[in-house]
Design a protein around this ligand. Structure first.
Ligand SMILES: [Zn+2]
Length: 156
């Protein structure tokens, strides 16, 4: 899975054709453009490859976006990775989970003032609505994201 200017690009499990979940319609059902198979909602964390794609996602996403700021040398980050996998699988179609390597995308780390890793943040409606630092098990990540996302709904 990859991010591009317009959405999450996913290869069809049946025929391999690349399809796009548009950012502004994440959470909607998508059929493969070639073989018409139903494509499952993204159920794993996605690596962010550029800050431009990150900005598009945050600005346009119809789902809350959970961002994991991490780096390969960080031990606690490696503990968080499998927990995030679990959350992504459980919450497929409800949140999108992305990973920002702050060594590669140092500009994002700087712009969002990430002082320690791992740090997790929730974005909804184009802005950050929650942040927590340190490793967490899947259940606590779930609770944190739900709380942050609810805060947005209640202020609407
Ligand atoms: Zn297909």
């Amino acid at each position: 899975m990859d991010l591009d200017d317009r959405g999450v690009v996913v290869a069809c499990g049946q025929c391999g054709q690349k399809n796009r979940f548009a950012y502004e319609r994440l959470g909607d059902a998508v059929r493969c453009g070639k073989c018409k198979a139903m494509l499952p909602a993204p159920a794993a964390p996605i690596d962010v490859d550029s800050s431009a794609h990150f900005d598009r996602l945050i600005a346009m996403s119809s789902l809350p976006v959970v961002v994991d700021y991490w780096a390969p040398w960080c031990g606690p980050c490696r503990m968080v990775a499998p927990e995030l996998q679990k959350v992504a699988a459980r919450q497929a179609g409800k949140y999108l989970i992305v990973k920002v390597n702050t060594d590669v995308l140092a500009d994002l780390g700087e712009r969002f003032s990430i002082r320690s890793i791992p740090t997790m943040a929730v974005f909804a409606g184009g802005r950050e609505v929650g942040r927590t630092a340190g490793a967490r098990p899947a259940n606590e990540i779930d609770a944190f994201v739900q709380q942050a996302a609810q805060k947005v709904q209640s202020t609407k």
